[in-house]
Design a protein around this ligand. Structure first.
Ligand code: ATP
Length: 484
């Protein structure tokens, strides 16, 4: 009988299972059967997500003197969305199967079909197809992906607005209508003048923001990839008209470099140029990552012209122009380049990239696989785990004492159950870069290793003896020089 081969590659199912098993992500309202498009981030997930957000913030604001931060409200005046064009245009094309009533996003349905059947393509990029062209293509070629019906009986393609609506106050009428924001950036535009005045900002400069956005997507798909509620990390960079092309190129390079810095190999990333531009855009590219489901968008970089500020000027009747003192007090509406990354998609990308099932058996020995997340140490949910060799003989007390010192600077974990080998494996699976083991030598004043611990490296599995009074500095150094 042929031997069963085990698949050791990274799949979305394995990531979902690890996330649930180790407390990264749970399905929201699971006890009630789950809430579509909603996920909860567990004890390790919340640390990991916050680390990604913090590194983005550090990179965008601290490392760029010309970028400041903002935290604007989720609820903005409803005219904001009229001015931005979202109330009228923020929609996706949908089509329904008449056999099973399943609803599909028409453009994605065609993209998925073409990815599986490259010889059958519509002959033009999907984002340039009209509704009629999409409908004809689907009705001629695509069986319903849900019920599999070969009849190809569908409704026509129509637009579906993605904004969630509700009412503020006790009266549910049009004058109390309010939207959950579908992107964070409009708050940056409406606050533009306040930021310039309060912080004496000089063009060119950027404003960064991280926060929740909400989209009533036609379908929620692929775990946390496409959800109703998600977080965006956005930056709007205001520049002088005529300098937008060089600014756009600068930020394309800069955002690409961010992903390399945190461990994404260049061959796992790809640019996608938008063939059809949004009504406000002059140019647009997505950075896509090679997920187990294929290359998909993680971040959009958009040259937005002066559209947003001009629209808010028109609708609010407030002057949004900038007076350029360095250019003879010239008055103009700045042009904008936007970088818009999804925090949850970054989360999924970093997990997929870090995931490895690695055979760690010595040569000639039977295979022995460990699951390890090679996360950048600044992103890992736990930085250091402290493990006493045994629970007894004062080792546990010493380990706790060491953990209490490390806690001041790092997220730590303490684990005393099972063999040290098993404890290493548990930490590997959640990406803990350093394990500190406290053994009898640590306590033995007669030993040459008195007051030292073993530090085990997650990636190389190499162990090093480190003096206790140098431990914090040692870990800082290892993090700083990671991958250098
Ligand atoms: P898509 O084509 O995948 O629907 P988009 O082009 O509409 O995405 P943008 O409006 O450019 O996305 O938003 C910027 C970023 O926000 C995206 O690159 C993505 O990382 C994230 N994002 C957008 N929609 C969602 C969603 N429904 N769930 C999770 N993240 C999202």
């Amino acid at each position: 009988m042929a031997e069963k081969t085990v698949d050791h590659s990274c799949t979305l199912d394995k990531i979902i299972s690890l996330c649930k098993r180790r407390g990264f992500v749970y399905q929201a309202s699971e006890i009630y059967g789950g809430q579509a498009g909603a996920w909860d981030y567990g004890p390790l997930g919340v640390e990991f997500k916050r680390n990604i957000q913090n590194e983005w913030w550090h990179y965008m604001t601290q490392l760029h003197d010309d970028v400041v931060g903002l935290d604007s409200a989720i609820f903005q005046h409803h005219t904001t969305w009229k001015a931005s064009g979202h109330a009228d245009h923020f929609s996706d094309p949908m089509i329904d199967c008449l056999e099973c009533q399943a609803r599909h996003r028409a453009d994605k349905m065609i993209e998925d079909f073409v990815a599986a059947n490259p010889d059958k393509n519509p002959g033009k990029p999907v984002d340039t197809m009209t509704h009629e062209e999409m409908e004809n293509f689907i009705k001629t070629n695509i069986n319903c992906p849900v019920c599999g019906s070969k009849e190809k009986k569908y409704t026509s393609v129509r637009e579906f607005n993605l904004m969630f609506k509700t009412y503020q106050g006790p009266i549910a009428d049009e004058s109390h209508l309010i939207y959950l924001r579908p992107e964070t950036c409009q708050g940056i535009f409406t606050d533009f003048k306040s930021i310039v005045q309060s912080n004496r900002m000089k063009i060119p400069f950027g404003v960064a923001q991280v926060g929740k956005s909400f989209r009533n997507e036609i379908i929620f798909k692929n775990f946390i990839f496409r959800t109703a509620e998600f977080e965006q990390m956005e930056m709007e960079y205001f520049c002088k008209p005529g300098t937008e092309d060089e600014t756009f190129e600068r930020w394309r390079k800069d955002r690409w470099a961010f992903y390399l810095k945190y461990g994404i190999p260049e061959n796992q990333l790809k640019w996608h140029h938008h063939d059809k531009l949004a009504h406000y855009a002059k140019d647009a590219y997505d950075i896509t990552y090679n997920f187990p489901i294929g290359f998909e968008e993680i971040e959009g970089i958009h040259s937005r012209t002066d559209f947003d500020l001009s629209q808010h000027q028109e609708y609010s009747k407030k002057d949004m122009a900038y007076i350029d003192q360095e250019d003879g007090n010239k008055k103009y509406i700045p042009y904008v380049v936007e970088t818009s990354a999804g925090l949850n998609r970054n989360f999924l990308m970093f997990l997929c990239e870090a995931y490895e099932e690695q055979n760690v058996a010595e040569a000639g020995q039977p295979e022995d696989y460990r699951t390890v997340l090679h996360l950048h140490p600044k992103l890992a949910p736990i930085t250091v785990a402290v493990l006493p060799l045994m629970k007894k003989d004062g080792l546990a007390e010493k380990a706790k004492e060491i953990q209490n010192i490390l806690k001041e600077d790092f997220v730590t974990d303490y684990d005393q159950s099972g063999t040290v080998g098993k404890r290493y494996r548990r930490q590997d699976e959640v990406g803990t870069p350093f394990c500190v083991t406290v053994d009898y030598d640590t306590l033995d004043s007669a030993s040459a290793n008195f007051n030292t611990v073993t530090v085990r490296n997650r990636d190389t599995m190499a162990q090093e003896r480190v003096k206790l009074d140098e431990l914090t500095g040692y870990i800082f150094n290892q993090i700083k020089n990671y991958n250098k």
